[in-house]
Design a protein around this ligand. Structure first.
Ligand SMILES: C[S@@+](CC[C@H](N)C(=O)[O-])C[C@H]1O[C@@H](n2cnc3c(N)ncnc32)[C@H](O)[C@@H]1O
Length: 263
């Protein structure tokens, strides 16, 4: 039945799955395409003089240059394979990382800055998980500390019959296709980066539960975090109606009395 086909999640997919499967190619795919310089400038200013925590620290793409700017950076990461990549890099082994699921923020706070780059917040599988994470973020932030995320702005027009296949790269002997399906009821996208190379096919599974900035703001507010600024990118370019991504900055309101109040 079609309804059931859409509601059954990718079986066996866990918090560590994405990282475990993509770790060996992650930096080759993203390190050049995603220059962290403006993110590091932005985050270093907010963390100044305090401790920072990255949720889903991965291979340290952002954390290592942030540490080089003098910020005490900690991390949470579900995938041991991603952590191996981080630890193999100069300075990577010195970053304290807790292996676990950032839905629960399993570390001791407080932090001046908690941040989650590259749409990683959407890795949390449901609205309930995302709200729980935001509550944990508020509990682990100093009063008036900041929470920063960057993410895509959902665009459901890219799906036809709730599916999409995008050819990302074609070279002689190499094809990268993103093949995903979409469940608009749970706001979930799941599928694979598919690499066809030298006659072999490799699947890199992914699943995200997306939300619009407006939903994020309400969830953040329920958790005791207030939107302070929103940009289209870390270079502070303005967030506009046609922006594809957003960088959102929330401040810990520092008073549980505010929590759950009307926005
Ligand atoms: C897209 S990568 C981003 C890595 C790094 N933050 C960056 O910007 O390059 C997402 C990372 O989050 C980790 N991750 C996903 N879900 C997680 C969860 N629930 N708890 C902890 N780590 C998670 C993945 O293993 C992966 O390393």
């Amino acid at each position: 039945m079609l309804d059931a086909w859409f509601t059954v999640p990718m079986e066996g997919y866990e918090a560590s799955t994405y990282g475990d499967r993509i770790a060996s190619v992650y930096d080759a795919w993203y390190e050049e395409r995603l220059d962290p310089t403006s993110a590091v400038d932005f985050l270093a200013a907010l963390a100044s003089g305090g401790r920072a925590l990255e949720l889903g620290i991965g291979t340290g793409r952002v954390a290592i240059p942030l540490k080089l700017r003098g910020v005490e950076v900690h991390g949470i990461e579900a995938s041991e394979s991603m952590l191996q990549q981080l630890r193999a890099k100069p300075g990577g082994a010195d970053i304290p990382v807790t292996v676990g699921d950032f839905t629960e923020i399993p570390v001791s706070g407080p932090f001046k800055l908690i941040y989650v780059p590259f749409t990683t917040f959407f890795a949390l599988e449901s609205q309930e998980h995302q709200l729980r994470c935001l509550r944990g973020v508020a509990e682990h932030l100093e009063p008036h500390g900041h929470f920063v995320m960057d993410a895509f702005v959902p665009d459901v027009t890219r799906f036809t019959d709730n599916q999409s296949t995008t050819t990302v790269e074609t070279t002689l002997g190499h094809l990268l296709v993103d093949a995903v399906r979409h469940d608009p009821l749970t706001q979930t996208i799941e599928g694979h980066h598919v690499v066809v190379e030298d006659g072999s096919v490799t699947l890199y599974p992914l699943r995200v539960r997306y939300c619009w900035p407006s939903e994020l703001d309400v969830m953040a507010r329920m958790a005791g975090l207030a939107l302070e600024q929103r940009f289209a990118w870390y270079d502070r370019s303005p967030f506009e109606a046609n922006s594809k991504r957003h960088v959102s900055v929330y401040v810990n309101r520092g008073s549980s009395a505010d929590q759950g109040s009307t926005p």
